[in-house]
Design a protein around this ligand. Structure first.
Ligand SMILES: *[C@@H]1O[C@H](CO)[C@@H](O)[C@H](O)[C@H]1NC(C)=O
Ligand SMILES: *[C@@H]1O[C@H](CO)[C@@H](O)[C@H](O)[C@H]1NC(C)=O
Ligand SMILES: *[C@@H]1O[C@H](CO)[C@@H](O)[C@H](O)[C@H]1NC(C)=O
Ligand SMILES: *[C@@H]1O[C@H](CO)[C@@H](O)[C@H](O)[C@H]1NC(C)=O
Ligand SMILES: *[C@@H]1O[C@H](CO)[C@@H](O)[C@H](O)[C@H]1NC(C)=O
Ligand SMILES: *[C@@H]1O[C@H](CO)[C@@H](O)[C@H](O)[C@H]1NC(C)=O
Length: 354
């Protein structure tokens, strides 16, 4: 099992592979693994890690195509395809490096259809698709699928193509500000994850605001979105606000918590969470309860109000807004979530605080 991680600032990719109980080290002699140019991250026991590729420009979304090629979106540049020499374990290096799409507007989102023959990517404003040939790593002409997503501040548009429900594409659009007052109005389609049915698109171009179905709203910036491969459950990880006050007290060092949210299923079975409001900008998840003035019986993960009024208060936040399934320390900045193939584990990357 290997996990490829992209480091936007260091422009490097790293593979971590779990070793069996009797890990064979014999490949290390012939391995010409790259040495990290940065101080290497520490690795949990049972894992090893090594860089796979250098020379990337702001790599963001990454995936494997059906031939085992890495496709990586380089923010402000396009999509690169990397075929690999694989000598086992973490001894993986680039064999061939080829430009797949050259476009400076692409900035994060990437997805492949379950048959591996349609490639999707996003800019801040639009979602595109291409017919993709995995045997050559080349694309045909692009098609615009969704438009109308432009806003300031949070400009990435994470894409998740359901593997359970073919043709259903989820798109995550963040807020236009640290605290985006506008998004209390559901018709302002920022801070939302929406689903779009590509089976029905024909020659249309969907408009993000007027088309699609709301999977969740009140999401400040849900950059990571994933589907549990066994149940089809949809989860997101959400980067929450900075510089918050409650009742005039600065609470920003240890609140609010960052979030892992549950969004229900795409197969038509309804849950209370699906289409619900997750809080932004009125309600936030508790991390350090003792740091919150008038915390009453709040506990970690419960939603609290920052500006307490008769109508918008902790009670409202708990009854009318959906609490996270997991809460992380303030400012950990989760940016992606991936499931193992059996759906029994999820992996979350964290950017970490400023
Ligand atoms: C791919 O090749 C280009 C052109 O030689 C180079 O600038 C870039 O750094 C290479 N990228 C990777 C990931 O090897
Ligand atoms: C789509 O194709 C048009 C026409 O060739 C091109 O101008 C545009 O840059 C392409 N967009 C993307 C995202 O590749
Ligand atoms: C949708 O998926 C859930 C979880 O896997 C399952 O419990 C439910 O029965 C499914 N609904 C339909 C209509 O298939
Ligand atoms: C995450 O939130 C922090 C503020 O807590 C902000 O500085 C950072 O830019 C955000 N990153 C993303 C990707 O939303
Ligand atoms: C909370 O109150 C502050 C100070 O009056 C204001 O600047 C901010 O916009 C309010 N936030 C919300 C979500 O109402
Ligand atoms: C504490 O919880 C109880 C029971 O859920 C509720 O009735 C009460 O209003 C809560 N108190 C505060 C201060 O939130």
């Amino acid at each position: 099992m290997a996990i490829i991680v992209s480091f936007a600032s260091a422009a490097l990719a790293v593979a971590a592979a779990m070793l069996g109980p009797v890990a064979a080290q014999s490949t290390t002699a012939s391995c010409t693994a790259l040495k990290p140019s940065y101080s290497a991250p520490s690795i949990a026991s049972g894992y090893t890690a090594a860089p796979v590729a250098t020379g990337l420009f702001k790599p963001r979304g990454i995936l494997f195509d059906t031939e085992g090629r890495i496709l990586a979106v380089q923010q402000g540049k396009g999509i690169v395809g990397l075929t690999l020499n694989d000598a086992g374990g973490t001894c993986v290096s680039v064999k061939e490096n080829k430009t797949v799409v050259e476009n400076k507007d692409l900035n994060h989102g990437i997805a492949l259809s379950p048959d591996g023959k349609t490639l999707y990517a996003s800019s801040s404003e639009e979602v595109f698709s291409w017919i993709y040939d995995p045997s050559t790593g080349t694309v045909g002409d692009n098609k615009t699928l969704i438009k109308g997503m432009k806003n300031s501040d949070h400009v990435t548009r994470t894409l998740l193509l359901s593997q359970k429900m073919p043709g259903i594409l989820l798109v995550s659009r963040g807020s236009a500000d640290n605290i985006d007052e506008g998004v209390v109005d559901i018709k302002i389609s920022r801070s939302q994850i929406k689903s779009f049915d590509l089976n029905q698109i024909g020659d249309k171009v969907y408009d993000f605001t007027n088309d699609g179905t709301i999977i969740g709203w009140g999401l400040r910036n849900a950059v990571g979105v994933a589907e549990d491969p066994t149940s089809g459950a949809i989860y997101s990880v959400e980067n929450s606000s900075d510089d918050l006050y409650r009742l005039g007290k600065d609470i920003h060092n240890n609140n609010p918590g960052e979030k892992l949210n549950f969004h229900g299923y795409l197969n038509g079975t309804k849950t209370a969470e699906q289409g619900g409001n997750f809080g932004h900008p009125q309600c936030y998840a508790v991390w350090d309860v003792n740091d919150l003035p008038e915390h009453g019986n709040l506990t970690v993960g419960k939603q609290f109000a920052i500006n307490i009024t008769e109508t918008v208060n902790d009670d409202f936040c708990q009854k009318e807004r959906i609490a996270p399934r997991l809460t992380f320390q303030a400012h950990m900045a989760p940016l992606d979530i991936k499931f193992s193939a059996d759906g029994k584990e999820a992996y979350v990357t964290f950017h970490g605080s400023w």
